[in-house]
Design a protein around this ligand. Structure first.
Ligand SMILES: Nc1ncnc2c1ncn2[C@@H]1O[C@H](COP(=O)(O)OP(=O)(O)O)[C@@H](O)[C@H]1O
Ligand SMILES: [Mg+2]
Length: 263
């Protein structure tokens, strides 16, 4: 046994993009089994590209993607899903005409699957919605279903893209801690993208900040929470300069990030 455990996810020299053009470059990143890692950065930094490439939706341009020490980058998405790599996409990708229970049943087969009652213990809000169609649920309920569906197969690695998009902060405060519970109770490695930075750093053990496709900051989440200025300046790398060469004011929700100024 090595002194250091094999990480659940390891990216090394990871380069991803579209049509051979890199959007994300030279990224090294690790997520431990049972660990919760936040991937932060302004709009367009390359967060979604990173998650989708890990999940097999795009081929990486270069570098290694290892899950439990095994290289996975040449595998098609359906095999990755079967191997326990689960993505909750920003779009949620639900079927409006199917009920909550139908979504969960479609996602879960085999003896490894979480039972409905186990899942409802993690996401009790879904109980009252089981027979309702996804299309009539609130945004928060839909997001819970999207997460629930990804959990049914007890993923080894859970990738979550901007879960809080369009949701009220009070719902986000309820949703994010579920990721922590999943990691602790199922040993899942969780990598999540989140624009509510202070909340993300409360839930994560570790965080990485992408700026223009490069990793500009990495650290223990509790330590980063104590350094909002460092975080802010790493985000400022993504600041937009308008046609007249003027920079807008400090980064705020309008630019897709909510850094907060407290603590
Ligand atoms: N399907 C695509 N084809 C070409 N370029 C894309 C595609 N999707 C995203 N991009 C580009 O990749 C960059 C990173 O986008 P993305 O990964 O969505 O960033 P983030 O999730 O951090 O906002 C952006 O410049 C975006 O325009
Ligand atoms: Mg994105």
């Amino acid at each position: 046994m090595s002194a250091k455990e094999t990480p659940r996810l390891r990216l090394e020299g990871f380069v991803a993009g579209y049509f051979g053009q890199p959007v994300v470059r030279d990224v090294d990143l690790e997520v431990a089994a049972g660990g919760v890692v936040a991937l932060l950065g302004a709009n367009g930094a390359g967060k979604t590209t990173t998650l989708e490439t890990i999940a097999g939706l795009h081929s990486p341009i270069a570098g290694a993607i290892e899950v439990d020490g095994e290289e996975i980058s040449a595998r098609p998405t359906y095999l990755l899903a079967r191997a326990g790599i689960s993505l909750v996409p920003e779009s949620r990708a639900l079927f409006g005409g199917l009920t909550v229970r139908e979504h969960l049943r479609l996602a879960g087969s085999g003896d490894k699957a979480l039972s409905e009652s186990d899942l409802l213990e993690l996401l009790p809000e879904l109980e009252k919605c089981l027979t309702r169609k996804a299309g009539v649920l609130s945004g928060g309920e839909q997001q819970m279903l999207a997460v629930g569906r990804a959990l049914v197969g007890r993923p080894r690695l859970l990738l979550v893209d901007e879960m809080s998009l369009g949701l009220a902060p009070i719902i986000v405060e309820r949703l994010l801690p579920i990721l922590r519970r999943v990691a602790e109770e199922m040993g899942t490695g969780v990598l999540f993208v989140e624009q509510h930075v202070p909340l993300a750093l409360e839930v994560a053990d570790h965080a990485y900040v992408l700026s223009h496709g490069r990793m500009v900051l990495e650290g223990n989440a509790a330590e980063l929470r104590r350094q909002p200025e460092l975080l802010r300046s790493s985000y400022l790398g993504d600041e937009v300069v308008d046609a007249g060469g003027n920079k807008p004011g400090p980064i705020g929700p309008g630019q897709g990030s909510q850094l907060g100024g407290e603590n």
